[in-house]
Design a protein around this ligand. Structure first.
Ligand code: FE2
Ligand code: FE2
Length: 291
């Protein structure tokens, strides 16, 4: 395993000390860490999570693991089998996005498994749920919310208004709230991050599969990154075999796409949160190659 934990751009917002629960004076403080894993692509992505997650959880003393799994089943969608495998690997909550319905068999499963989220702002009556309140390993209550953008994407309910309403509701249950904002446009993602500043503990972007280097803590205490990146084949075009995508751009002809093979990469962020007030105190990007 090659560990390529990135140095953060905003040094004042970053923690690098894995000794989580001790303040400098040695007193116990009420901080917790959440690991968010960017879009898991195919079997290679699932295998990478299974191989790397136990070490990450113990190294960073992670209390809750969230992952976007919209591409977990052969690159397109998620099934009961792949979701169960991801839960078995140590992921507590799975978020999704525009690819959630690519495998039809997910429909009965998502209707009964509330740890598998779909975007909150899908039309009323859509199966599944867009948020959950769960307990981290330290007992802290954490809300996870999945919301989709709509710029260059499907026209859904307004993510800003729907998201605000849901977060106001969830804040009556817990101050620790993690949002997966699944969106294409960096402008929409950054605007959403600022809109949620001081309301959510973290707004973590997904969907583009390319990790951005703009992680920061906003003025109101919300950890933010435009995109957490992808967990899947490193040599690929956002997870797909590169020559297939090049051919598509050259010919504009439709074709079947395969998840690329070879070396893999786990991408994500670790967010440190003061569990007493819900404010983030640190965010750190991870990009780890495997094997
Ligand atoms: Fe994705
Ligand atoms: Fe997506």
């Amino acid at each position: 395993m090659t560990d390529c934990v990135s140095d953060a751009l905003y040094r004042d917002t970053v923690f690098l000390d894995p000794d989580l629960n001790l303040s400098r004076s040695g007193h116990v403080c009420f901080s917790m860490k959440v690991l968010f894993i960017g879009d898991i692509v195919g079997k290679i992505g699932r295998q990478t999570v299974r191989a790397l997650l136990p070490n990450l959880v113990s190294r960073y003393k992670i209390g809750l693991v969230i992952a976007n799994g919209e591409n977990a089943a052969a690159g397109f969608g998620i099934t009961e089998k792949t979701a169960v495998e991801l839960f078995g690997s140590g992921i507590h909550v799975i978020t999704t996005g525009n690819h959630v319905w690519d495998k039809k068999e997910v429909l009965p499963y998502i209707a009964k498994e509330n740890r598998l989220l779909r975007p909150l702002n899908f039309p009323t009556g859509t199966p599944g749920t867009g948020s959950i309140v769960c307990a981290a390993t330290g007992g802290e209550r954490v809300a996870v919310v999945n919301i989709s953008g709509r710029v260059f994407m499907n026209t859904l309910d307004c993510p800003f208004r729907t998201g605000r309403e849901e977060i106001d509701r969830l804040r009556k249950e817990t101050g620790v709230i993690i949002v997966d904002f699944h969106a294409e446009a960096t402008s929409e993602k950054r605007a959403f991050g600022y809109y949620m500043d001081g309301l959510a503990s973290a707004v973590i972007g997904t969907h583009t599969h390319v990790q951005t280097a703009d992680e920061t803590i906003l003025d109101g205490g919300t950890a933010y990154i435009t995109d957490a990146g992808m967990t899947g084949p490193a040599t690929s075009v956002i997870g797909i075999e590169k020559d297939q995508i090049i051919e598509r751009f050259l010919t504009l002809m439709p074709r079947k796409y395969d998840v690329a093979e070879g070396k893999a990469m786990l991408s994500g962020v670790v967010v440190e949160i003061n569990a007493e007030n819900g404010r983030a105190t640190g965010i750190q990007r991870l990009q780890i190659t495997y094997p």
